[in-house]
Design a protein around this ligand. Structure first.
Ligand code: PMM
Length: 289
């Protein structure tokens, strides 16, 4: 499953400002679909580390018209929001899936909205809003901790009456995670797949890839030039058992996954005991992932 990213925001780290106008946003959603997106993920609030929040009315004003038009065109849409009121408004306008980066933590009403709509709900691992998340990247064992916390989000969703077959989990790369945490989660993804729910993986253009590909002076690779790394991480995630990937440039990843399928969908061997590999990458403090 390939989810194409459509940020209708002035300040997202990689495509901020580009699709703020309705026609441009809808046209890009149509392009993502034509390039192979199974789902177009529309977001109206940047979750970039350090970003300020926008109010719910602003978020709704940004995303609602775009979702109405994409949905009317028959394009499956998810809403990237952690606010129940936003989700409720856009589900009524045709959205199919709620992609909640807070995993239900940010808004106690979200579980009710999702349960009543009966729609799929992406529960992403999250520890706090953008302004505070840098200080929350502390783990004893990032994979074990993310797994346990995601397990709690799942339990809360089930207790609220959300059907098990509607739940999707996501490790939330870059959300209260350093580059080293992102690499560790990627390397040990099967331990999260083992939770037993479809797993969504979002590495696209994030700053740990920019740092990996830094130039000789240590300058991170610019966001727009992280595509090959995005494709590689996305295919490796699917080969490790991920159900879906969330990417900005759909064509490259969709093509690579077509190749992966044509070769029989080979699976990576399950890694050995945890702690037997060293994580790579450096810590990030800048305002992107
Ligand atoms: N990353 C971002 C936003 N929403 N949703 C899910 N489920 N998983 C992610 O990793 C994720 C997300 C941040 O990146 P963006 O600026 O490209 O939207």
């Amino acid at each position: 499953m390939v989810m194409g990213v459509l940020n209708v925001t002035p300040d997202s780290f990689s495509d901020g400002g580009r699709y703020a106008d309705l026609d441009a946003a809808v046209a890009h959603g149509v392009r993502l679909r034509a390039a192979g997106a199974d789902l177009v993920d529309v977001g109206g609030e940047s979750t970039r580390p350090g970003a300020d929040r926008v109010d719910a009315d602003t978020e709704i004003a940004r995303v609602l018209p775009v979702i109405r038009e994409l949905s009317a065109a028959g394009i499956p849409v998810s809403i990237d929001t952690s606010r129940a009121r936003v989700a409720e408004a856009v589900l009524a306008a045709g959205a199919d899936v709620v992609n909640d980066v807070s995993g239900g933590l940010a808004d106690p009403d979200m579980a009710r909205v999702v349960r009543d709509a009966g729609c799929p709900w992406v529960l992403m691992h999250w520890r706090g809003h953008s302004r505070e998340m840098r200080d929350l990247a502390r783990y004893a064992d990032v994979v074990a901790d993310v797994r346990a916390e995601l397990g709690r989000r799942v339990d809360e969703a089930l207790a609220a009456g959300v059907a098990a077959d509607r739940i999707i989990v996501d490790p939330g790369l870059g959300f209260a995670k350093t580059a080293a945490h992102n690499w560790e989660l990627s390397a040990r993804l099967p331990e999260l797949v083992d939770l037993g729910f479809p797993l969504l993986f979002g590495s696209s253009r994030k700053s740990y890839l920019g740092r990996l590909l830094a130039d000789a002076d240590g300058n991170p690779r610019p966001t727009a030039q992280r595509e090959a790394a995005t494709v590689a991480t996305s295919v490796l995630a699917v080969a490790a058992g991920a159900w879906g990937v969330r990417v900005h440039d759909v064509r490259g990843t969709a093509d690579a996954l077509a190749v992966w399928r044509a070769t029989g969908g080979p699976r990576l061997a399950r890694p050995g005991a945890q702690g037997d590999r060293s994580a790579t990458g450096r810590h990030t403090t800048e305002g992107e992932r």
